[in-house]
Write a protein that binds this ligand. Structure first.
Ligand SMILES: [Zn+2]
Length: 306
């Protein structure tokens, strides 16, 4: 599909920006020398966030296993394995994909040789399969081996990995950023990775061509807010780790954008971007040059971004 190569190309061009956004989070960066690609930050007992280039990742470590949520790009997968080794010597048994975009699943082809299974929503596997059909056969690989949920974007689905007393929960509510979004969390440790249902402090990508919509994103975020405790740590797909309050702020931002689109039917992204009251959200900037206000409002209005 044509959206994901764009995502890939733009994110590949932005390693410095990705690092700047994730850097200097204080102590706890076992994998994080100044010249390393990946930074590691401990969130709770057995839970870390790993940032590098592309979507943020989470690493969960139980008594005998390690579980990785998302894996960025194939070319930096070896460095990622090294960063994980800096945190734990437990074997990496599972990779979970929050959705199919290349900046979250690019490492699958490398990591599938190391893990028992790659876990994802059924729609994520289907979309990866479609993407890979366009590649040379030798470049294919890394498809999810365990899927859950049906190929129906509105269906709710849930799966739990029971690993030596630790529960890793996977939730899919309905289409939001894509039709295969999965949130992955450790309820006991109050940590939840939201994938690209949460862009912290920046305009979100909405993959309209893969079933995403601003209304769906809002519904997903509302559902999360109704369920998580006040002291939860929320891993955003892009941007710094946030709190419940930060996610409520993102919900307010999305609502304001949706209301703006509805109040101006038929307007193009450029015009919507020009007239939106950005002063009300100084903490939200466009994800430039990756996603401009104009491009964002095109997708908020339900039109694919070029
Ligand atoms: Zn994405």
């Amino acid at each position: 599909m044509r959206f994901s190569p764009l995502v890939l190309a733009l994110l590949l061009g932005l390693p410095a920006a990705a690092r700047a956004h994730s850097g200097s989070r204080g102590p706890g960066g076992e994998g994080g020398g100044a010249d390393r690609i990946h930074k590691v930050e401990k969130l709770a007992e057995g839970a870390w966030v790993i940032t590098g280039q592309g979507g943020n990742m989470a690493l969960f470590v139980t008594e005998r296993s390690a579980v990785l949520v998302d894996d960025q790009f194939e070319r930096i997968a070896p460095a990622l394995l090294e960063a994980i080794r800096g945190v734990t010597d437990r074997p990496l048994r599972y990779v979970i994909n929050t959705h199919h975009h290349a900046d979250h699943t690019g490492g699958n082809a490398t990591l599938e040789k190391h893990v028992h299974a790659i876990v994802a929503h059924a729609n994520t596997r289907r979309r990866l399969l479609t993407q890979q059909a366009k590649l040379d056969p030798q470049r294919r690989g890394g498809l999810p081996t365990i899927t859950f949920g049906e190929e129906d974007g509105m269906e709710r689905a849930r799966m739990t990995l029971h690993l030596e007393g630790t529960e890793v929960q996977l939730h899919h509510y309905a289409s939001g950023h894509t039709d295969g979004d999965v949130m992955v969390g450790l309820p006991a440790q109050k940590v939840l990775h939201l994938g690209d249902l949460f862009f912290h402090g920046r305009t979100p990508v909405i993959d309209v061509e893969s079933g995403g919509s601003i209304g769906g994103m809002i519904a997903n975020v509302e559902k999360v807010l109704s369920q998580v405790p006040d002291d939860v740590r929320l891993v955003a797909g892009h941007g710094p780790v946030g709190t419940r309050k930060d996610l409520a702020r993102f919900r307010d931002f999305l609502r304001a954008c949706e209301a703006h689109v509805k109040a101006n039917p038929g307007q193009r992204g450029a015009e919507l971007a020009r007239t939106f009251d950005r002063a009300a959200f100084p903490d939200y900037t466009d994800y430039a040059p990756f996603l401009t206000w104009e491009g964002f409002f095109e997708t908020a209005a339900g039109r694919p971004r070029k």
